[in-house]
Design a protein around this ligand. Structure first.
Ligand code: GDD
Ligand code: MG
Length: 360
């Protein structure tokens, strides 16, 4: 087993403004573009050749990762002129695969942070003789995902992408975004038109009697598609709760990258990462947050579970919680930004313009 396809062409709409200038897989998590963690984990599982299926902001991947040799991988890039959807993207890279028709090819969604045992998924695939095998995980609210009921042997009975009616919510097992395809199955996906692997390919294969095998694995799993999840994932990587060989430093309460300046009285906890050349002022308190490169957090600001974009500036005594501050934005002193706030890239919030007090 040596090959994988990584789907990295999505627009990352729910992550805006983080994804205005940067495709979702290139947004830094624990100090490096998120994709680095997925590549390093694949490499650690014995994958050697990875084809990146790119579309949105495709041009930024290759200058950063090149031929992959720095990670010990051989990387190739295939860009869709118009987005082809998940299944179309898989089919579109088929000519770059080297595996024989019966060999397994791994496929990963590009926004999943997980401790999945990749080798075990391939082993399950081989021993069950399936056409396609899927990593499944259990969640409390499955509605935002692909629901995948299985029989007692793990064989997939149906695939229900983002169900809209209560009758469709038949299981709490969801598609966790990692598959093994028998190489020849990839060649059956129609070429040169958009195809959703979730809405078309999987239901079509099941209707045709193909063998889809599910492997439920309850290890760490997070889809980093929303700002809150992205910040959580970054902190879990720093804390060592989410496993990755690519965290640039030792795991613990905090990670401070080279050339960052942190005042001695600043407090960094809960998996906070401070990017290169960022500056943290005296008395600032940061918890569970990611401060990207070149950003400035002024004295006595309090930043919790938030992401501060590249070159952004947080004024003195500002309180930021569960929020995203876009690249280059300025949040003036004494502002309060609470859960779900998004400050657009380069926006300027004058000092003291936003306040939330319990008595209001
Ligand atoms: N190349 C390419 N072209 N990639 C694409 C395209 C495309 O047109 N559309 C989406 N992708 C990539 C995204 O970049 C992402 O890595 C992956 O395909 C999945 O797309 P998302 O937009 O993140 O889908 P989702 O999170 O709503 O749902 C998917 O993931 C869930 C698990 O997190 C589905 O696979 C669900 O079934 C699954 O449960
Ligand atoms: Mg997703």
């Amino acid at each position: 087993m040596t090959e994988a396809i990584l789907l990295v062409g999505g627009k990352g709409t729910r992550l805006r403004p983080l994804t205005v200038n940067t495709p979702k897989p290139m947004v830094p998590a624990a100090g490096v573009p998120f994709l680095t963690h997925q590549l390093a984990r694949a490499k650690a599982a014995g994958v050697e050749h990875i084809v990146l299926a790119t579309s949105y902001l495709a041009e930024v991947f290759e200058p950063y990762f090149g031929d992959g040799s720095a990670l010990g991988l051989h990387l190739e890039y295939v860009t869709e002129r118009d987005p082809l959807g998940t299944g179309g993207a898989i089919r579109n890279v088929a000519s770059r695969l080297r595996s024989d028709p019966d060999e397994p090819v791994l496929i990963f969604n590009g926004d999943i942070l997980t401790g999945l045992d990749i080798r075990a998924l391939v082993a399950t695939h081989r021993s069950s003789g399936a056409d396609v095998s899927l990593h499944l995980t259990r969640v409390t609210d499955p509605r935002a995902y692909g629901l995948v009921p299985t029989d007692s042997t793990g064989r997939v009975q149906a695939f229900l992408e983002k169900p809209t009616t209560p009758e469709e919510i038949v299981t709490d097992q969801i598609n966790a975004g990692a598959y093994v395809f028998r190489r020849s199955v990839i060649d059956t996906i129609p070429a040169d038109r958009p195809v959703s692997v979730e809405r078309e390919t999987f239901p079509g294969l099941l209707a045709a009697g193909a063998h889809l095998q599910g492997m439920v694995d309850s290890t760490y799993w997070l889809d980093l598609g929303t700002p809150a999840a992205f910040v959580r994932g970054s902190a879990d990587l720093v804390l060592g709760r989410a496993p990755s060989p690519a965290v640039p430093g030792r795991c613990g309460d905090r990670l401070v990258l080279p050339r960052a300046q942190v005042a001695p009285g600043a407090k960094l906890t809960g998996g906070t990462v401070i990017g290169e050349r960022a500056t943290i002022g005296e008395g600032a308190q940061l918890s569970g947050s990611a401060v990207l490169s070149g950003a400035v957090v002024e004295p006595h600001a309090v930043v919790t579970d938030s992401l501060i974009g590249e070159g952004a500036r947080i004024g003195a005594r500002a309180v930021i919680s569960g929020s995203v501050v876009g690249d280059g934005a300025t949040v003036g002193a004494d502002n309060e930004l609470l859960a779900g706030a998004r400050v657009w890239c380069n926006a300027i919030l004058p000092p003291g313009s936003l306040r939330f007090s319990p008595d209001q």
